[in-house]
Design a protein around this ligand. Sequence first.
Ligand code: ADP
Length: 407
Amino acid sequence: MSATHPVILVVNAGSSSVKVSVYTVPEAAHDNADINPVLSAHGQIESIGVAPRLRASMADGHVVADESFPVAQVADHDAAFRLIRLVLSVGLRDNPPVAIGHRVVHGGSDFAQAVRIDDDVISRLEALIPLAPLHQPHNLTAIRAVRKAAPDLLQVACFDTAFHAGHDMLAQLIALPYEYYERGIRRYGFHGLSYEYIARRLGQVAPDVAAGRVIVAHLGNGASLCAMRDGRSVESTMGLTALDGMPMGTRCGSIDPGAVLWLAQQGMTADAIQTMLYGASGLKGLSGVSSDMRALLASEEPRARLAVDFYAYRAAQEIGKLAVTLGGLDTLVFTAGIGANSPPVRARICAHLTDLFGISLDNAANNDNSQRVSSDASRVPVLVLPTDEEGMIALSTARILRESGKL
Ligand code: ADP
């Protein structure tokens, strides 16, 4: 780690994992020059409270920790976060971080961009917990843990909702009585850090594409799609919560609200319904095999195949819907774990898009996860771009540091 360049920590606290990345910020050539934070180390604890495993490595791949812990020792996110800080602090001793950037899933209607965290911000984020019950509490745990350990350290919240903040009213409405819209019950959209990164990346690798009508499919454990025009989000398949849109690893995606009513009428509590919709549905629920796409593709079980077929069908349907918002489609981009790495899933989705959009893939390019996977004959180019949500958080945090004269 550089002893001269400022260090930023990026914290991504998920439902069962905490990931911490260390970035250094090289001096910019001049005040308006782009800042380019560089990843120097990464640590994460997975399966918190179940089978905690810590791994930490330097950006060059050198592993500095790989260890399993008894559940009692890493029972919650607070403990996990302390442990990662401890491991990373060995390398940070001579150059402590100047700021911490947090991924925060829900910014509601209050936050249209990354924000410096203070008590008021924390209480507004607490009020949004019911809209992101699996993520927001853990995001806040990490923020509070840092505030306790280092009250003066600058902390920045970077939101999954913020990139979608400029959506037209029609993209925000939910057809409940209007007073609910005024109370914040509206469609926000998520995965914004990923989409903002992709918009920026497109501007670098293909500026002509970035200026057009683009649909980005972020297909990871969570999955959504975003319609962009001129590099800005105009529609998302996710809505009030990150349950909406296409089916995901364990989340149901859009379902008839009557199905939720039916479950309640059968006597299920709201908590039990929440657990099922977030954790036992989607690919996992349909297949009965796994939430993991690799496991499903390798499985001989007919229901595993059915789940993948449904996933591809629904992703393609959502692309059709977003194309209506855009009034056409100039480029389709795949990203995240499945989107960037799974040729068969991309092929199955694109097979539904041949008749409507004239999309066809180049099989060799698709199998290689090349940057352009469509054939020359394809009416709409199809690209694969890996995402980097943590790099986006580092950049947003560095921008706030610069604005406050600390960089
Ligand atoms: P998260 O949303 O937790 O950040 P990721 O973006 O890492 O998740 O995506 C995880 C998903 O990506 C899993 O379903 C995993 O099986 C899938 N995935 C990763 N690599 C591949 C691959 N080579 N082929 C198919 N699926 C893959």
